[in-house]
Write a protein that binds this ligand. Structure first.
Ligand SMILES: Nc1ncnc2c1ncn2[C@@H]1O[C@H](COP(=O)(O)OP(=O)(O)OP(=O)(O)O)[C@@H](O)[C@H]1O
Ligand SMILES: [Mg+2]
Length: 1080
């Protein structure tokens, strides 16, 4: 809780008083009045010191929400209005923080709300303790054990629709941090008689109804059950359904809870099988059968039902049937079998059903314990929650009520002992003198019941074990003898004559004055129920079952382990377990919840005074208050006390700096409270009378009002002032901002003006400086110019004489050099192309360069020709050689020549060697052919031409027939002297043969060919190379040709022959051949 949080107290907004200790005046009426008032205002919880009284509201109130849990979490017990959560929180924190084991003792009569209270405590603790997957699982298992146990152990009774028919004590175990680890459940005495018979208006245990209404069809079929309750004798039919209870839904809840707790599916199945078997046992009926020997016997009426049961739990039918018909008694190693009559058979059947069910219940508790037991062996902190059946007074009370009431008697005892002890201890702890308190101590009643020698239980055991005929009557007689003198025991037959005429006390009853009232017990059935016998035949039959759960429920049926000693009686067992419980509780710090039932009708808003008064009395609540108030009614530690009342005294308000105790002392002195009204303990202030406390409270209330006014006043003042200050501050802020803005504007105006003025001044100054600088520069320049001129004049004057003598030559040389340089550079740029026939040459720039220019042109041309020639191959060179020769011979001499310049000299035009036509000819000519062509041989008779093959070889020339290739003449070259031709464009030429040679006989040859130039050139060159002699080349328009013996003159004339451009030869006479050459 934060420091700023307002400290609250139980005393705030109280309806009546929240703590009965403060009741004023203390009387039963005011006590009831207070309870009623609070109950009417839905305040169902009221304290007596640290004890919580809880009234059953019979409706759900919105006071258990998670918000409420948070509200009560970690708050002091008296800080908030009374609540069961406050108690749970106190217990849990004391367990966690102070390591004190706790027990929560919940008492009250049936229907008062004990079971609900225990669940509320558990759920609160679950909500506030640690969290985490593992812890949550443990919590869930602990919480889910409740629905399982309630289904099997609770039933609808006249008083309560969900009445616990067993006592339950659960230890919840925590680790050092306060996280739950697990738990252990102990159960006490299940009311098993309910299995076979229920009083009117009550029901059997819930599970039977739940199973029949909630199980799915296939499950019922498997269990051989029918949904109809009326089919089963053990189920009471008049109240089979309970208002507001949905058995079917509860069945699903229970199965789900079983699963969460850790029951395997087959375990659940087995449990339901046993439940069905119990249910079906009730339907077995017997019929009498007389035997010859006069003994009564019984037989099972309808074997079908028996068969189904046997199938269900796996027993041979005959075995069970026998167990219902016979009883074997073993005495001194002898077995004696007696038959059972019908009544005995029914008794046996019911005993089996009861035993089966109660053993199943114990097995369930053990099984749950197995699941929820803590997994660690380390020391655990323990919180025990005891929810045990409440004190019961019925019209007809039997052994069960006796036992239950005995248990409540014991609980009351430890309540008294512990509260007193605690009170006493607190006084001692606080150093306050202890004054004796008068209260009723019920130890005397406990003694009456449990005394080992002459207690009622001891006598019942004695009676049960006694040989001889034993009956409930003999037991009552014995009681009458032994207990008659006891002040809490009443019996008609007792020696005490006091009751002889008490007609409210029947003869077969005894009455005990319990702490909670007088209860009349009928002795019928006491002995039997205490014995709690199950015929051995039956337990042996069960042990033989193949159903493993049933078998394990009857270990006493194992024939190898027959124990001839009688089993302990029910009373004995219960006494022992109660003693263990008491011992256990005494080691723990107790917390009490005392439940009260407001009416008998399970109705809301009804407060039956007499009923509540009765409970208040027997719960000893008044005594409780008295004990608590003995000496001092109210106590509180100093700190919260000072905190609550410090406003009542100037010295302590608003802060007390010093120990709280001194503060309280100052406070009380200041308030002038009489000294005997209070006492200072070590840590607490004790106030004797509630009046004093209420006086303090009243004053506090008044003072609080004053304080509230004061606070209001100050707050209002503060608020106004704050507002004023805020407005003032705002005004200042606004003004400041405005001023700032105005100043800013003004400043900016001044600033811009200043800048303008400044710029003008600067401009003016700069211009002035610029003018000065310009003037200076002009002065400098003028001076420099003047000086330069002056210096020039001086120098020229000094050097004039030297200059005149040499300048002309130098200038001339320089100029010439310059011109040449320019000339060469220009020439270089204007060079003509490299083609030798290119005739272009740049123009000459100056006349005096004429010779140089021409020379350069020549050199350039030669160089260019050389370059051109250098590219020639040998072959090409030879061709040009030949052409050159031709040129030397014929250029400007014969008009035919120019037309030959462009024609290449091919030589072999006929390709003699390749042409098959001339094959013969080529075989005749062995030497290489230099020239082969068709020429016309001019007939000397008529001047007409006939075609002949002209062949020139290295050594001779030949003429052959063009068609046949036959050689007509062959002349060695050495026999030739000259060749003649005209200067015209014709192709006629004569080849002269040396006189006196064999060829000379035939005479000279007159031939004609267009290729004259080539033929003559080649002829000339071949002759020269083979004979080293030159033949003569004659060019003349008239020459003589030797034909055999005649010399004929060949004359060339210009004319236009008939056949166009071709020259024509004609024999004019014996001595003349005329060739007409077309004029060009
Ligand atoms: N705090 C509560 N708020 C609302 N209803 C309550 C409260 N306490 C008890 N009841 C109602 O009273 C009924 C009986 O309560 P519960 O079963 O706790 O009684 P009991 O004291 O355990 O009785 P028994 O001794 O027969 O077991 C509950 O079923 C519930 O309806
Ligand atoms: Mg209960």
């Amino acid at each position: 809780m934060s420091k700023m949080e307002v400290k609250t107290s139980l005393l705030d907004n109280m309806i009546g008083v929240g703590d009965m200790v403060l009741l004023e005046p203390l009387a039963e009426e005011s006590f009831l009045e207070n309870l009623k008032k609070r109950f009417d205002h839905n305040e169902i919880y009221t304290y007596i010191g640290s004890v919580v009284i809880s009234m059953n509201p019979y409706r759900s109130l919105p006071i258990y929400s998670p918000e409420k849990v948070e509200e009560y979490r970690n708050r002091n017990f008296y800080e908030l209005s009374p609540h069961i959560f406050a108690l749970a929180d106190e217990a849990y924190r004391s367990l966690r923080d102070q390591d004190k084991d706790q027990c929560i003792l919940i008492t009250g009569e049936s229907g008062a709300g004990k079971t609900e209270a225990s669940k509320l405590v558990m759920s609160y603790v679950a909500a506030v303790c640690g969290k985490g997957a593992e812890v949550n699982q443990v919590k869930e298992q602990l919480l889910q054990s409740n629905p399982v146990l309630e289904a099997f152990g609770n039933a609808k009774t006249m008083r309560n629709d969900n009445s616990s028919r067993f006592g339950k004590y659960m230890d919840i175990e925590f680790d050092f941090k306060g996280d739950p680890l697990g738990g252990v459940i102990s159960n006490y005495l299940l009311e098993k008689s309910r299995v076979v018979k229920q009083p009117r208006g009550e029901r059997n245990f819930h599970i039977f109804y739940q199973l029949l209404s909630g199980a799915p069809d296939d499950m019922l079929k498997k269990l051989n059950l029918e949904r109809d309750f009326s089919k089963y004798n053990y189920l009471s039919l008049d109240s089979a359904t309970v208002n507001g209870v949905d058995d079917a839904a509860n069945f699903r809840t229970v199965r789900n809870a079983m699963q969460i707790v850790g029951f395997m599916d087959d375990e659940t199945q087995s449990v339901l099988e046993v439940v069905s078997a119990v249910l079906k046992l009730g339907n077995i009926e017997f019929k009498p059968e007389s035997r010859v020997n006069g003994l009564d016997e019984s037989r099972v009426k309808d074997k079908n039902e028996l068969k189904e049961i046997c199938e269900l739990i796996g027993i041979e039918q005959a075995v069970l049937e026998r167990a219902f018909s016979f009883r074997t008694v073993e005495a001194k190693q002898e077995k004696v079998s007696t038959t059972l009559n019908v009544a005995q058979a029914y008794y046996a059947r019911d005993a089996l059903a009861k035993n089966l069910y109660s053993r199943l219940f114990s097995w369930l508790v053990n099984r749950i314990n197995e699941s929820i037991k803590a997994q660690t062996k380390t020391r655990k902190k323990v919180m025990g929650v005891l929810d045990i059946y409440g004190f019961e007074i019925f019209e007809d009370n039997s052994f069960e009520q006796f036992i239950i009431n005995y248990c409540n008697e014991k609980l009351q005892q430890i309540f008294i002992e512990l509260t007193l002890r605690e009170e006493q201890e607190e006084y001692i702890r606080e150093g306050i003198e202890w004054t004796h308190i008068d209260y009723f101590n019920n130890a005397i009643i406990c003694d009456l019941i449990e005394n080992n020698t002459n207690g009622i239980l001891a006598m019942l055991d004695e009676e049960c074990l006694r040989p001889g005929t034993v009956s409930d009557e003999t037991f009552l007689e014995k009681l009458n003898q032994i207990c008659a003198g006891h002040e809490h025991f009443e019996s008609r037959m007792s020696k005490n004559s006091k009751f002889l005429n008490d007609h409210t006390l029947p003869h077969n009853c005894f009455r005990i004055q319990h702490y909670a009232g007088k209860v009349l017990y009928r002795v019928e059935g006491f002995v039997d129920k205490n014995n709690d016998l199950l015929y051995r035949d039956l337990s042996q039959a069960m042990w033989k079952a193949s159903h493993s759960l049933v078998k394990s429920l009857f270990p006493d049926g194992n024939p190898t382990k027959i124990n001839l000693k009688r089993p302990p009686t029910a009373g004995f067992q219960f006494k022992a377990s109660v003693a263990t419980l008491m011992k256990n509780l005494l080691t723990k710090n107790p917390n009490y919840i005392r439940c009260i039932k407001p009416n008998d009708k399970k109705a809301t808003h009804i407060f039956t005074d007499s009923l509540v008064c009765h409970q208040v009395r027997y719960l000893g609540l008044m005594e409780n208050v008295r004990v608590r108030r003995a000496g001092y009614a109210f106590r509180q530690t100093y700190e919260p006390c000072l905190e609550r009342y410090k406003m009542l005294c100037k010295q302590t308000w608003p802060h007390w700096r010093g120990p709280a105790r001194e503060g309280v002392e100052v406070l009380l002195k200041d308030l002038q409270i009489p000294r005997e009204e209070y006492s200072y303990g070590r840590s607490k202030i004790f106030i004797r009378n509630p009046r004093t406390l209420f006086h303090l409270e009243d004053q506090r209330k008044q003072r609080l009002q004053d304080l509230a006014t004061l606070i209001q006043k100050i707050y209002r003042g503060w608020k106004c002032r704050t507002r004023f200050l805020l407005m003032k501050r705002s005004q200042v802020t606004v003004a400041a901002w405005y001023r700032r803005y105005a100043q800013q504007k003004k400043y900016q105006r001044i600033k811009s003006s200043a800048i303008v003025v400044q710029s003008y001044i600067r401009g003016w100054k700069s211009r002035k400086i610029l003018r000065e600088l310009k003037y200076q520069k002009r002065c400098t320049e003028a001076v420099t110019t003047i000086a330069a001129y002056w210096h020039g004049t001086q120098v020229r004057r000094d050097y004039r004489k030297f200059f005149r003598a040499n300048a002309g030559k130098k200038i001339y040389e320089f100029t010439i050099q310059r011109i040449m340089q320019k000339y060469f550079l220009e020439l270089k740029n204007k060079m003509p192309s490299m083609s030798p026939i290119d005739k272009t040459w740049p123009a000459r720039p100056y006349l005096f360069l004429e010779a140089t220019h021409t020379e350069l042109r020549r050199i350039f041309h030669l160089w260019r020709c050389k370059k051109y020639r250098d590219q020639f191959t040998e072959q090409k060179k030879a061709i040009y050689d030949e052409k050159l020769e031709a040129s030397e011979m014929f250029k400007d001499k014969k008009a035919l020549y120019p037309s030959s310049v462009g024609q290449p000299f091919q030589g072999d035009y006929l390709e003699i060697s390749k042409n098959p036509k001339y094959q013969k000819l080529s075989t005749l000519v062995e030497e290489k052919i230099i020239l082969a062509d068709i020429v016309n041989k001019i007939n000397r008779a008529n001047g007409k031409g006939a075609p002949r093959i002209f062949l020139l070889t290295k050594n001779s020339f030949l003429l052959a027939d063009q068609k046949s290739g036959q050689i007509k003449s062959s002349v060695p070259l050495s026999d030739l002297t000259s060749a003649s031709m005209s200067a015209q464009t014709d192709g006629f030429f004569a080849v002269r043969v040396k006189e006196g040679t064999p060829a000379a006989a035939k005479g000279d040859f007159l031939l004609s060919s267009d290729r004259l130039i080539e033929i003559v050139t080649k002829l000339y060159r071949t002759c020269l190379s083979s004979t080293k002699e030159k033949i003569n080349i004659e060019i003349s328009d008239e020459f003589l040709v030797q034909f055999k013996q005649d010399k004929v003159c060949v004359k060339f004339v210009q004319g236009s022959p008939k056949n166009g451009s071709v020259a024509a030869c004609k024999r004019k006479n014996n001595r003349l051949l005329e060739v007409a050459v077309p004029s060009p």
